[in-house]
Design a protein around this ligand. Structure first.
Ligand code: TXA
Ligand code: MG
Length: 314
């Protein structure tokens, strides 16, 4: 990994940042809430790189950043109420969790296989310029190592991630300093506050005509309550070097399998492929799935966390 570049927040620096994103790299970018660790949301490998840099022991779904509501509508269904909230609060510190469009083109690792996508239109002018220059959706969790607090200055980002990411855009401290408010919707359209944040619930209530309900009704996955995450519908057996009769074998490295997470035994490739393979196993109608051993190191921790959840009794 090369030294992390500190890019100036001027047109040349932002163009360099866009070029790094186009090449599948990671750039920490300022938003009005906190610094985000951005990568191309359409590129599984680039998104796997975010998890690798953060040393996250599990795959949480990530927020996708777009320049405006029209760009958001290319990736998610925008019911009328979402459009009204977007009109009122975008750009700004509001994230909406909405149904993922079939043609969204978002890497499955971004949503951790969920049928919904969290979208946000940041207000920071540097984030806006970068999103326009890059011309695509940017997945970005807060730019801190797992378990550490969110960074609100480029110095915070470097303290946690120097040597682990390609670049940081230096745009000074963030205005809001806390993460965006996350809103989800029940099937009947009722709004739920999934995470309090930089936009007050009272302001949201002003547009909705009621206060968003707390937490989740179980049909949506609130942050930190992701136990019921996507898993293939077949029964899953782990650490399987061989398949038993009737099992579809998901391989890794030397364990070839019927299909593989990574033929070369590359954990970043396995992370990038994991949720795609889950979907393929469902499409094949696999009822019993055997999964090759995955080393418990680096991205293997997050992969094994997800596999153990998939294998847990349901
Ligand atoms: O202000 C912010 O939102 C910052 C800046 C960088 O934009 N980003 C941020 O991302 O806080 P992160 O990854 O630290 O938090 C994202 C939260 C997670 O708790 C995750 O569980 C939730 O959003 N989330 C993402 N997609 C979701 C989905 N489809 N359903 C429910 N929750 C989701
Ligand atoms: Mg975070």
């Amino acid at each position: 990994m090369p030294e992390t570049r500190l890019l100036p927040a001027d047109p040349a620096g932002i163009e360099d940042a866009a070029a790094i994103l186009r090449a599948g790299g990671r750039v920490a970018l300022p938003t009005e809430t906190v610094y985000g660790l951005g990568a191309d949301a359409r590129d599984d490998r680039a998104v796997a790189g975010i998890f690798a840099a953060k040393d996250r022991p599990e795959f949480n779904p990530l927020i996708v950043h777009v320049p405006d509501a029209d760009a958001a509508a290319a990736h998610v269904e925008m019911p009328k109420i979402a459009q009204r909230l977007a009109d009122a609060f975008w750009p700004g510190p509001l994230t909406l969790v909405l149904p993922l469009r079939a043609d969204a083109g978002i890497a499955p690792l971004v949503t951790a296989g969920l049928p919904t996508l969290a979208v946000r239109v940041p207000a920071h002018p540097v984030a806006q310029t970068l999103l326009h220059a890059f011309g695509g959706p940017v997945a970005a969790p807060s730019a801190n190592p797992s378990g550490r607090i969110s960074p609100t200055t480029p110095e915070h980002v470097l303290a946690g991630l120097a040597g682990r990411i390609e670049a940081v855009i230096d745009a000074g401290p963030c205005d809001v300093g806390v993460e965006s408010t996350i809103l989800g919707f029940d099937a009947d359209g009722t709004a739920r506050l999934l995470r309090p944040g930089g936009l007050a619930a009272e302001d949201i209530a002003g547009v909705l005509g009621y206060a968003p309900l707390p937490g989740t009704d179980g049909s949506i996955n609130a942050p930190g309550q992701l136990a019921s995450h996507y898993a293939p519908s077949g029964r899953v057996r782990l650490n399987a070097t061989d398949a038993r009769p009737g099992e579809v074998h998901l391989g890794f490295g030397p364990v070839a399998g019927d299909l593989t997470l990574s033929e070369s035994g590359d954990l970043a490739e396995a992370a990038a492929t994991l949720f795609r393979r889950f979907h393929e196993l469902d499409a094949m109608g696999a009822e019993q799935i055997a999964v090759a051993p995955i080393p418990e190191e680096g991205l293997g921790l997050a992969i094994n966390d997800r596999l153990r959840r998939a294998a847990a009794p349901r």
